[in-house]
Design a protein around this ligand. Structure first.
Ligand code: F6R
Length: 609
């Protein structure tokens, strides 16, 4: 996710302001920190891996001279969390400095092009192409002003960015620009600020100007000028007054991180669609060669694995075995061998059971692949190949946005493998890819249109003593995840299982008013699922159905229903169908007076077995 900040002050040194502002953006990432300033026409730079306070203790970030500068706190996506990959990044001459939040999708092509023009790259980041591209644009068009060269270079970037750029060529200004990644300006009597988010400058000003996609801003001590990147047309936008307290600002006005992170899912899903092709291809190659594949994880990440086992089977005809990491050694520790492949999934990359399972498999010469949100975590260090899910830090203890991101990456892997194996038709692949691209908007619609309805359902059922969550096929994984969310933050004992299992025991619990949540995508299991709903209804259960829009059949059977846009392929359905369940857990917890961000007895990263 990363946080960027920049300021041009009328008086005083920029560096201490940048450091303290970055500190307030640390919730966006804390793998490394860097600040560059300009004084007397020269660039000054300090950066290193580690959290801001730790790096500051060693480097004293405050003593950089100058009233103008930019800074960055990093959440690693492209390149490990090392000093060399820390921002700001420079061109060959060291005269252009760039901080960036986002993902440049075409960075490989640009990098190759620039390397062929003798540019030397030092990092593994996508960002580094930007200063080199500006340098090259100036070289090719020496008459361009620095601002114009930046603007021309931006036109060549594909992907997402919030950028702040300084250069000795025009040492009195910061140029910033936005496409998809957040960027906001702050204004006070002593200067102007640009930042990923309002909390960065809230202690010094509550006057903010939002920057929109496709806009470039020139900041000087006198103020700001906004124009469109596309055609230079000027944009006039007055500051607004922000009424948030500092604490509210970190949560962007949401009362809790969990609900903020639920709402962030359209953005995080967009990020996961910008995975590095190279890593997806590598993982696909390993999976294609594998004799047996274990999908190993805990908790929510295990549910992502369970869903993935359906994806791999249905799309790529690859049987995989989802295994709870805590059971892996007992269950497979003796049989796992050089022909086994482990795909470990862990948001934190530090979960003790997952690391233990992977270490056991590694000692027995199995191939270790992983998917994690934390590049540089223990899991990445012991994996042959890993891929970062690019969700940004998740602060709420209950996993929400990281779950849907995991599902998106796993679906992309399954699709790639399907393509490689030629198991499904090109038409089907095209349609699945189109649907994957639509998911961020679909999730956005679910959150926007269903939140109020879920709130009412939460109010009505908050005093229930127990809940069932049922689904068939891949929706079993969604049901398990809905159950875990409700249990862990609303403390309501809940039971989930494949709907077909009800008759084999659990249905005996059902009596009048017993809430049963059914996950009902319109897939092959739809008809049979209706039978399961009828069985529950006949015994007095209250049916809460998550259905596709226009599914009149189930809507008339259900006591309550929440709708998800129609036409989502079954293998992708857990992504949008999980969202109402996250909201349900959140609002039931609120109704019961619990803090959903800090469920009792739980920790974000479980580093003991
Ligand atoms: C539930 C939750 C946990 C984690 C589990 C694994 O909301 O967050 O169940 O999913 O502790 O954590 P990671 O994915 O970090 O290995």
């Amino acid at each position: 996710m990363c946080g960027i900040f920049g300021c041009v002050l009328k008086e005083g040194n920029a560096a201490p302001v940048i450091r303290s502002s970055l500190k307030r953006l640390e919730y966006r990432g804390y793998d490394s920190v860097g600040i560059a300033t300009i004084s007397d026409g020269k660039i000054y730079l300090k950066k290193d891996q580690g959290k801001i306070d730790d790096v500051h203790k060693i480097l004293n970030l405050d003593d950089l001279p100058g009233n103008i500068g930019i800074g960055h706190t990093r959440w690693a996506t492209h390149g490990a969390p090392l000093k060399v990959n820390s921002h700001p990044h420079a061109d060959c001459t060291g005269e252009i400095m760039v901080v960036h939040n986002g993902i440049i999708e075409n960075f490989m092509a640009l990098r190759t092009e620039l390397q062929n023009l003798d540019h030397t790259f030092v990092s593994k980041t996508d960002t580094e192409v930007i200063p080199h591209l500006i340098e090259e644009t100036l070289k090719e068009n020496p008459k361009l002003s620095f601002v114009d060269a930046v603007q021309e270079s931006l036109k060549r970037l594909e992907g997402s960015y919030a950028l702040a750029i300084i250069s000795t060529k025009e040492p009195d200004k910061i140029i910033c620009a936005r496409n998809e990644s957040p960027l906001v300006l702050g204004i006070n009597g002593n200067g102007v600020f640009c930042a990923s988010d309002i909390p960065a400058f809230l202690p010094v000003t509550n006057k903010a100007v939002m920057v929109n996609n496709g806009e470039l801003v020139i900041l000087t001590a006198q103020g700001y000028e906004i124009k469109k990147i596309r055609d230079s047309s000027p944009v006039s936008r007055e500051p607004v007054t922000i009424e948030w307290t500092a604490e509210m600002a970190v949560k962007q006005g949401y009362p809790h991180f969990m609900i903020k992170e639920i709402h962030e899912q359209p953005e995080t899903l967009r990020n996961t669609l910008r995975m590095q092709e190279h890593y997806l291809d590598l993982l696909t190659t390993f999976l294609d060669r594998a004799n047996e594949v274990f999908l190993v994880a805990c908790g929510t990440s295990y549910h992502a694995c369970l869903a993935a086992s359906y994806m791999f089977s249905k799309l790529a005809f690859l049987p995989t075995y989802p295994v709870y990491a805590s059971e892996f050694i007992e269950q497979h520790g003796k049989s796992v061998n050089i022909d086994s492949t482990i795909l470990a999934v862990s948001q934190s990359g530090e979960t003790a059971d997952t690391i233990a399972a992977v270490t056991c498999a590694q000692q027995r010469a199995a191939t270790i692949l992983s998917l994690t949100n934390v590049i540089g975590s223990t899991l990445t260090r012991i994996s042959r190949v890993y891929i970062g899910q690019q969700s940004g830090p998740e602060i709420g203890v209950a996993a929400t946005k990281t779950f849907t991101s995991q599902l998106s990456v796993l679906a992309q892997l399954a699709l790639r493998l399907a393509k490689k194996r030629g198991k499904v038709s090109q038409d089907e692949i095209d349609s699945l890819e189109e649907n994957l691209d639509k998911l961020p908007d679909i999730v956005d619609t679910v959150v926007k249109t269903q939140e109020e309805k879920v709130k009412q359902i939460a109010k009505k059922y908050k005093d229930s003593k127990v809940f069932f969550f049922l689904g068939r096929g891949i929706s079993t994984a969604t049901a398990y995840e809905g159950r875990l969310k409700l249990m862990e933050i609303a403390y309501i004992p809940s039971i989930a299982f494949p709907a077909g299992e009800s008759k084999h025991g659990p249905i005996s619990l059902v009596e009048n008013g017993f809430p049963v949540v059914f996950i009902c995508p319109k897939d092959d299991s739809h008809k049979t699922l209706i039978g399961n709903i009828m069985e529950m209804k006949a015994r007095g259960a209250s049916i809460i159905a998550v259905v596709e829009e226009g599914d009149e059949e189930i809507k008339t059977l259900a006591d309550e229903y929440v709708e998800v846009p129609k036409g989502i392929p079954s293998v992708l359905s857990p992504i949008p169908f999980a969202v109402p369940l996250q909201l349900l857990a959140y609002y039931v917890a609120l109704e019961k007076g619990y803090n959903p961000d800090m469920p009792r007895n739980l920790a974000k990263s479980v580093t003991v077995k």
